[in-house]
Design a binder for this molecule. Structure first.
Ligand code: PHB
Length: 401
């Protein structure tokens, strides 16, 4: 029996016992769907709660919960039971951890994850089990390209989306020779693809690609190499605690203000306090910016800060939109998660009114969204303008839609 079938028979069993009670007390037999809604919907978080991406996991969970709580705390009229697994950003445990939620806990929905390598494990489990998976961060191309699936939806980005808008603003500043540096795993490698394409297309030359294994933060030797290469600019992908350390080390090596530092916006998300003055002047491209002055973003930021006593960042926004998307789907089927055709249709056609601006789903289930050029100014990601309008991933190899 598939996990889906098991979930269904479990629901039927539970609803049948509820129906017996209902029938004996009210003398009625309720329709199956109404009885099924009496059960809680089980939502599993598979996120990093330890390690360099720990704060990203917390921001995502906060965002999901906030979106649902704002609308009464239910999904399609059903109460929610939450379960959590710390995936530690450890790819070798990806399948095992996803199965803790899908096989052991029998979740109806799996929300996760942050790390691209771990997502590959979730992707396998989601494709095999048919359980609904919402990706609130991990940008791995395959998830919405060759390995796309009807039951997998992403509310964040593909790894090359932010950097596909990075090359031109650098060339507009006359920065013609750049060094690229990143963690060597899918997220860094695919971010490089976007950067290489946009920068070389605008006429730039990449003089050197540097890398170190995730989540290593021994940047010293690489920064010494950058100093000796004397490029016009440095571009990079780093995130979480490692990103804060990279900016601090960059400044400590005497490179801040001398060689302009650019990156995909994760570099400066959720880490501005930890990086301190070392982050000032760093320029990035991203599908969100703290300072977006819209009523939607301002209301979101005020509510989030009030509720969680911390400032929201792009991860909180992606989690918030995962909550909104889930709500949209389950409201459309009145909580009947087994009604997959209608559920997926509602999620595919949703226009998400996000703090980042409104966005839609591509046919491969990835956001089509604007990219903003930002600069860190006085500890804030200040928006300078739109660097890419309605940026869509190629969806290469995806057979959906
Ligand atoms: C990823 O591994 O896909 C990843 C992780 C952290 C980010 C962005 C992408 O901030």
């Amino acid at each position: 029996m598939t996990a889906q079938a098991r979930g269904l028979s479990r629901r039927l069993m539970l609803s049948r016992s509820a129906a017996v009670v209902g029938a004996s007390s009210a003398g009625l037999l309720l329709p199956e769907i109404v009885r099924a809604q009496g059960n809680k919907l089980k939502v599993g978080f598979m996120l990093p709660y330890t390690g360099t991406f720990a704060q990203l996991g917390v921001a995502i969970e906060n965002g999901v919960r906030m979106a649902i709580a704002e609308k009464g705390g239910k999904l399609g009229g059903r109460e929610i039971e939450w379960v959590k697994v710390d995936d530690e950003s450890e790819p070798s445990k990806g399948v095992e951890n996803a199965n803790k939620l899908v096989q052991r806990d029998k979740v109806d929905v799996l929300i996760g994850t942050v790390h691209s390598g771990v997502q590959m494990g979730i992707q396998r489990v989601a494709r095999e089990s048919g359980v609904l998976n919402i990706i609130p961060n991990a940008g791995v191309h395959a998830a919405t390209r060759a390995l796309c699936a009807p039951n997998v939806f992403r509310t964040s980005f593909t790894n090359s989306q932010p950097t596909s808008a990075l090359g031109k603003p650098m060339m507009d500043k006359g920065l013609k020779r750049a060094v690229w540096i990143t963690w060597k795993y899918a997220a860094g490698d695919e971010a490089f693809e976007g950067f290489k394409h946009s920068y070389t297309k605008a006429g730039g030359t990449i003089v050197k690609e540097l890398g170190l294994p995730f989540p290593n933060v021994e940047f010293q030797a690489l920064l010494t190499e950058i100093a000796s290469l004397k490029p016009d600019a440095v571009a990079c992908f780093f995130a979480g605690a490692g990103a804060a350390k990279f900016m601090r080390d960059y400044a400590a090596a005497g490179l801040q203000g001398k060689i302009p530092l650019y990156g995909s916006g994760f570099l400066t998300e959720g880490v501005l306090q930890a990086a301190g003055p070392a982050a000032e002047g760093v320029m990035t491209t991203m599908h969100y910016a703290d300072s977006l002055d819209t009523p939607r973003n301002n209301a979101f930021r005020t509510a989030y800060a009030g509720q969680f006593k911390m400032q929201p960042d792009v991860y909180a926004v992606q989690g918030y939109d995962a909550g909104q998307l889930l709500m949209r789907g389950l409201d459309a089927v009145k909580g009947d998660i087994g009604n997959k055709a209608a559920l997926y249709k509602a999620m595919e056609t949703a226009v998400i009114d996000s703090p980042r601006g409104k966005w839609t789903m591509s046919r491969a289930h990835n956001p089509v969204q604007d990219m903003y050029l930002r600069v860190v100014e006085k500890g804030d990601n200040k928006v300078l303008g739109i660097a890419g309008k309605a940026v869509a991933d190629s969806a290469a190899g995806c057979k959906l839609g």
